[in-house]
Design a protein around this ligand. Structure first.
Ligand code: AMP
Length: 526
């Protein structure tokens, strides 16, 4: 017997409708890639997103069509998301930092019809477009005056100018596809995660819970995580849904630029990967500055080093929440909220309502949640992928519906997850697993270390042993002996790196994480 409640499909047009109707004059601030700050409101975003929908309809865009975006965080990019999704078309975010061959593969695989891009990305487009026959038109997220003279594109502003703001949104089932985001593809071809309206709607409610992001309408939220990285961690929906001020930083994510935005816009909460927080911290320390309004930061995408959490909490009084997730999870999986500022959130935390997780051994049997036993981390939930786009025939869930994250982890008695490694990064020494993440975190706590990465090297007796690769801070040379002495007592004795290698710069991947694949490849060619 069906319940007798209203038919209210969980579609994302409702998010912006709500923001415009009930928080219409709340500000959305953008630092354009070119430098200037622009300001508008949710009511403006709503009106212009509808105009954009009209432009799409005029081009013949229909439900299920894929529209690519190659852009940093901005109000125009946000309008484009809602304008596309409101029609039931699919917004496909592209990461401008990916190699062009990978972008071409992704665009062709998705068969994108249009591409919307920042003017800054025209050099990429020049290389990309000749390889992408499905693209019918390029729209630059710019004014007509900003169009490069010799580039065949139309400007977003001239495309939406004069169009009505009455376009009808929604009116399709809640499981309709809304967004498409390819995973970085560390092995094999990139795989497309196809979010639905329902999954993103529910994910927003999860993100807003107090022990997750806990965003309030009084917050000013700086979305450092780019809109092309893992669904922008859900911020593009959660922030308008709650009516918080939204600050979008464009492409400049260095410490000085971020500090400036935090100060001028009174940012209270922000989210980004640890390397971004390291950059901001280095700036704060060098310039002896303090971000007075910032109360809370969310770090995720890679493990949060203890030294980083301590520096923000103890020196600046800013709470550091440590989140784990992945593109396939929309992406929030767990969050660790520190009990107080003296306690850094080192584990990745607990699952919120709406997500479930478990650990298994190699044979798929559940292992104990004792904080010590390593296992394969598996997840389920309404915002977790069940298949990849155009690979629907491949089963990615086990018989009980669990998705294997590819991460190795422990869960303690209190339910707190700790990621030890990606399964492919784990170091197997004498039959036991060594956590590369734990050694990296211990090494990066050394005052002269800027970044540290640990990878496995073959060993005749033990199978594999850890190699510590270190990028020292500029002008602060450090020796292997100094580092190994520093690690004594901080990690298990048998985890001690076999050797230490110094590099000028540790390579970062397209989402700002340490690129171990390149480190391993570099080692193989040495
Ligand atoms: P992506 O889909 O690109 O966001 O990558 C997801 C992967 O990043 C996860 O499967 C983890 O291996 C890693 N990851 C994300 N957050 C964390 C974290 N807090 N600690 C350790 N690893 C993380």
């Amino acid at each position: 017997m069906p319940g007798l409640m209203q038919d209210w499909p969980l579609t994302l047009d409702k998010v912006l409708d709500h923001a415009a109707r009930w928080h219409g004059d709340r500000e959305v601030v953008t630092r354009l890639n070119e430098g200037p700050i622009t300001r508008c409101t949710y009511a403006d975003i709503h009106r212009r997103a509808k105009q954009f929908s009209h432009a799409l309809l005029g081009h013949g865009i229909a439900r299920e069509d894929r529209i690519a975006t190659l852009a940093f965080n901005s109000a125009r990019h946000l309008e484009a998301w809602y304008g596309i999704m409101g029609l039931g078309a699919v917004c496909h975010t592209l990461n401008p930092r990916l190699p062009v061959e990978q972008l071409a593969y992704i665009v062709n695989h998705a068969a994108d019809r249009l591409i919307l891009a920042d003017a800054l990305c025209t050099p990429i487009l020049r290389q990309l477009l000749p390889r992408c026959p499905t693209i019918e038109r390029v729209v630059l997220l710019a004014d007509e005056a900003e169009l490069p003279a010799d580039f065949p594109a139309i400007s977003y502003e001239s495309w939406i100018a004069g169009r009505g703001s009455d376009c009808k949104w929604g009116d399709f089932p809640e499981d309709t596809a809304a967004g498409l985001c390819y995973t970085s593809g560390t092995t094999g071809d990139p795989k497309g995660v196809l979010y639905s309206h329902r999954s993103n709607y529910l994910h927003s409610l999860i993100a807003l819970m107090p022990d997750v992001l806990g965003i309030s309408g009084r917050d000013a939220v700086l979305a450092i995580v780019p809109m092309f990285h893992a669904n922008a961690w859900g911020l593009a929906f959660a922030v308008p849904a709650i009516g918080a001020k939204f600050v979008l930083p464009g492409a400049k994510l260095d410490g000085a630029s971020l500090f400036d935005l935090i100060e001028t816009e009174g940012v209270t909460l922000s989210a980004g990967v640890p390397t971004v927080w390291q950059g901001l911290l280095q700036y704060l320390e060098k310039e002896r500055k303090h971000p007075a309004t910032l109360q809370r930061i969310l770090t995720g995408g890679a493990a949060c080093p203890e030294s980083l959490a301590r520096a923000y909490q103890e020196r600046h009084g800013i709470e550091v929440r440590h989140a784990w997730g992945m593109t396939e999870m929309s992406p929030i999986g767990t969050v660790n909220v520190p009990p107080d500022l003296a306690t850094p959130a080192l584990r990745q935390g607990r699952v919120p309502f709406g997500i479930d997780m478990m650990l298994t051994d190699d044979a798929g049997r559940a292992v104990a949640h004792d904080g010590r036993t390593f296992g394969h981390l598996k997840v389920r939930g309404a915002a977790v992928a069940r298949a990849y786009f155009r690979r629907e025939a491949e089963d990615i869930l086990d018989a009980d519906g669990w998705f294997d994250t590819g991460d190795i982890a422990t869960i303690d008695e209190a339910g707190a997850l700790q990621i030890t490694d990606r399964a492919k990064d784990v170091i197997k020494s004498g039959g036991e697993w060594i956590s590369s993440i734990d050694i990296e975190n211990a090494a990066v706590a050394h005052p002269k270390v800027a970044l540290a990465a640990v990878i496995a090297i073959p060993h005749a007796k033990w199978g594999e042993r850890p190699l510590l690769i270190v990028q020292p801070k500029a002008g602060e040379p450090v020796t292997a002996e100094e580092l190994l002495a520093f690690l004594e007592g901080r990690i298990a004795r048998w985890w001690m790196p076999e050797a230490v290698q110094f590099v000028e710069a540790i390579p970062l991947g397209a989402t700002g994480k340490i690129d171990k694949k390149r480190l391993r490849a570099g080692l193989a060619t040495n």
